[in-house]
Design a protein around this ligand. Structure first.
Ligand code: BGC
Length: 768
């Protein structure tokens, strides 16, 4: 009998190997069919288990059905090292050192969607190698105040630029079968009180400024997941917000993917059920309080959800909707049948990081063409940021890298080729910490000398150098460019201004390299001939900085946000004050801060241009080692007419790209062409910008708004035509009363510009 049973079992095994796959595992079948099949097989307990974390970064699969757990990882500029199942401490793996790519402000500063695509492809491959299904990024919250500690993780102050840059990143990542999780949706524009800030913003501002990059990410990028923000809008947390998640994201935009909570961003089971939350993660074991162990069952979308389902208080249809979204995500990632393995720390990834870094660095100022450095000279490097590793710290984006080239080493590596001698002086002591979450840089940055001694040494050496390169700025310590805290002012910390002033007085060839993800005050800007904005550039930081300083690469980055002269010039602080007023008003009996976005649509350059407040460096600004001449622009037609489609409710659900294509196909577009010539002696790239102005607007509109840009590479003497297509949608504003985009007939102006502050020429056209 036993033999017969064994033979039967063996036959079953063989048969099993040849049996047709169940539909949900059959990658030949349409995804929706697979989702329905999987759904039909699940018990209620299994369904609920899919909707909440069961470790710091994973949620459960269905072991019985061979559906694997779902793994997430930060993001957004490298793959975070592994932590313990239930702790933030390091797991201590030896195979989780990654390539750090430039932070997202740097990516935005390339103004090159192709760089975004390459970035997405490379980081997606690293995520795949580490067996992650969801990359927690990119972030596209709008840069509203330079005090926001997390601006470095985002793509700047302009919704159009952020939209254009986020889409290729998403496509690049998701091509690998790894989902992006675009964050933090939405209105998360500063870090202080991030769990308790309730944003009050009018609809027009919401739709014109704070939503477009997310909308493009959803409708054009096709992101498979999106992360709710910590803060509140309309008195509801954004991880369960009826307006933002249900009405806009899943309603108007028809988002079919999963809404993932920020870690610990869920606060209420009933709201999470009804207000659009699909997948709950937590910062603390039970998402509620610190330190309680093994309590994932207490998550809002865990046992409390099961209880409501059992007692008939929760609608099973709503449960199925959430489960479908998570299953869909699994079909697109771990169950997509693609056996590609990704790759980690490859030469290609380092090359991509360096290429992006080189295109990101912005030459802010270069009087007398001081840069690039002439070969064979004596260079003194001063400043902590020349020797400090920047990939560790700053919050959840902190990384454990295989290597990071610090600026001093990058320059030393380039020295032989260029016959440079490189000396170093510390100049100031800032943040000597080099640890985050158990990852240590291993650097000892302690220096007990007084500020006076440090300055004296630097000045002494500066006198004998041909060039002085000061490398400073911010770092990833609290209250600088770091998560969960804001900056305390616009100024550089640690007395750096005094060091720069002293160096500039000692050596006229003083160059400042500012490393930050935020604008900083530069009271010494007139006293130094050259300034570079160098961002957090990741693993290849030092090489990219050296490439630009030596001229091995020609700078082509442009600012993705305005550098105001002083904090009071920024719209937020101009209106409410330069202290803590921007954090709003605390409610009497509640730990909630109401923050009204009184600046409305006048964010960044929209404010500076409209109010005629000259910035230190405008949005879109960036120089090159060559020069470009803009020729006379031409217009394909003097007018166009509005299509009926662009004023209806329907437009809310249309992808911006689709709308453009439809207008162009209907002949409802005009083109603007401008010839651009490289008038210098070296090859270089220029980003030509198109801004549009509604000359007689029925509502108060910004002086001009970015609606097109193109980066062209030109050899010396070469001319290329840059062409922009303008469709009626580019002229629309959000009519809050009608709850629709609206355009009106009349006159419009196109400005062809080098930056928001440097318009080369203008053209007028009309909309009939
Ligand atoms: C951050 C997210 C991050 C998550 C997981 C949160 O505190 O706000 O951006 O993805 O932690 O680390």
């Amino acid at each position: 009998m036993q033999k017969i049973l064994a033979a039967a079992a063996a036959m079953l095994t063989v048969y099993g190997a040849y049996a047709a796959k169940p539909t949900y595992l059959d990658t030949e079948k349409p995804i929706e069919q697979r989702v329905e099949d999987a759904l039909s097989r699940l018990t209620t307990a299994e369904k609920v288990a899919l909707l909440h974390a069961h470790s710091k970064f994973s949620s459960a699969g269905v072991p019985r059905l061979g559906i694997p757990d779902l793994w997430c990882t930060d993001g957004p500029h490298g793959i975070r090292p592994e932590v313990l199942w239930d702790e933030w401490d390091q797991a201590g793996w030896t195979n989780d050192s990654c390539v750090a790519f430039p932070a997202l402000t740097a990516l935005a500063a390339t103004w090159n969607p192709e760089m975004s695509r390459q970035y997405g492809k490379a980081i997606g491959e690293e995520a795949l190698y580490r067996n992650k299904q969801v990359l927690l990024g990119p972030g596209v919250n709008i840069y509203r105040t330079p005090l926001n500690g997390r601006n470095f993780e985002y793509m700047g102050e302009d919704p159009y630029l952020a939209s254009q840059m986020v889409v290729p990143y998403i496509r690049g990542v998701q091509k690998n079968g790894v989902a992006t999780c675009v964050k933090h949706f939405c209105l998360n524009n500063h870090e202080a009180n991030r769990h308790t800030t309730n944003v009050i913003v009018d609809d027009r501002t919401l739709y014109e400024i704070y939503l477009p990059a997310f909308k493009s990410a959803v409708l054009d990028g096709g992101t498979w997941t999106i992360m709710g923000a910590y803060n509140l809008y309309n008195n509801e947390h954004l991880c369960h917000n009826s307006v933002i998640l249900n009405k806009i994201l899943k309603g108007e935009w028809g988002f079919p993917g999963a809404v993932v909570s920020d870690w610990g961003g869920v606060h209420d089971t009933d709201q999470a059920i009804t207000n659009g939350m699909d997948l709950e993660f937590g910062s603390w074991t039970n998402g509620l309080s610190s330190g309680k162990k093994n309590a994932y069952d207490s998550y809002y979308l865990a046992d409390p959800y099961k209880e409501r389902l059992a007692s008939g208080k929760a609608d099973p249809k709503v449960l199925d909707d959430k489960v479908r979204r998570v299953l869909r995500l699994m079909m697109l990632t771990s169950l997509n049948g693609n056996d590609a393995t990704g790759s980690m720390c490859s030469d290609e990834h380092y090359a991509a990081a360096r290429r992006i870094g080189n295109e990101a660095i912005v030459l802010l100022k270069n009087d007398g063409n001081l840069l690039p450095l002439a070969d064979g000279k004596k260079v003194l490097v001063v400043g902590e940021n020349a020797i400090k590793m920047m990939t560790v710290g700053g919050g959840s984006s902190s990384l454990k890298v295989q290597h990071e080239i610090i600026p001093l080493d990058g320059l030393k590596a380039a020295a032989a080729k260029h016959g440079l001698t490189v000396d170093y002086a510390r100049g100031y002591v800032g943040d000597t910490g080099g640890e985050y979450n158990g990852v240590v840089t291993g650097q000892d940055l302690n220096d007990n000398r007084t500020p006076e001694q440090l300055i004296a040494e630097a000045v002494d050496k500066a006198k004998n150098a041909d060039y002085v390169i000061f490398v400073g700025g911010l770092n990833k310590a609290n209250h600088q460019d770091a998560e969960d805290s804001d900056r305390e002012g616009l100024g550089l910390p640690y007395g750096q201004d005094a060091v720069i002033e002293a160096l500039a007085a000692a050596n006229p060839n003083t160059i400042v390299v500012n490393i930050s993800g935020n604008a900083v005050a530069m009271p010494w800007a007139d006293k130094v001939p050259a300034i570079l904005q160098a961002w957090f550039l990741g693993s290849e930081a030092g090489n990219s900085i050296a490439d630009i300083l030596t001229g091995d690469a020609n700078p082509s980055g442009k600012l993705p946000f305005t550098f105001p002269l002083k904090l009071a010039d920024n719209s937020v602080h101009h209106i409410v004050g330069t202290g803590k007023e921007y954090l709003g008003t605390k409610r009497a009996n509640e730990d909630i801060y109401d923050v009204e976005y009184k600046d409305g649509v006048l964010v960044g350059y929209r404010w500076h241009d409209t109010k005629k407040i000259k910035p230190l460096f405008p949005f879109g600004h960036g120089l090159s080692y060559t020069t470009f001449a803009y020729g006379k622009p031409t217009l394909s037609a003097p007018s166009m007419s509005a299509t009926p489609a662009i004023t209806g409710e329907a437009t809310l659900s249309h992808s911006p790209e689709q709308m453009r294509r439809a207008s162009i196909a209907a002949g409802n577009a005009i083109t603007i062409t401008v010839p651009v010539t490289n008038t210098g002696s070296r090859e270089g790239s220029e980003t030509v910008q198109l801004y549009l102005t509604d000359v007689k607007a029925p509502v108060a509109r910004p002086a001009k708004e970015l609606k097109g840009f193109a980066k062209v590479s030109l050899k010396p003497g070469e001319t290329k035509d840059v062409t922009f297509t303008v469709t009626p949608d580019d002229l629309a504003y959000f009519d809050a009363d009608a709850h629709a985009w609206a355009v009106h007939p009349g006159r419009y102006r196109a400005s062809i510009a080098r930056s928001a502050g440097d318009v080369a020429s203008t053209l007028n056209f009309t909309l009939k």
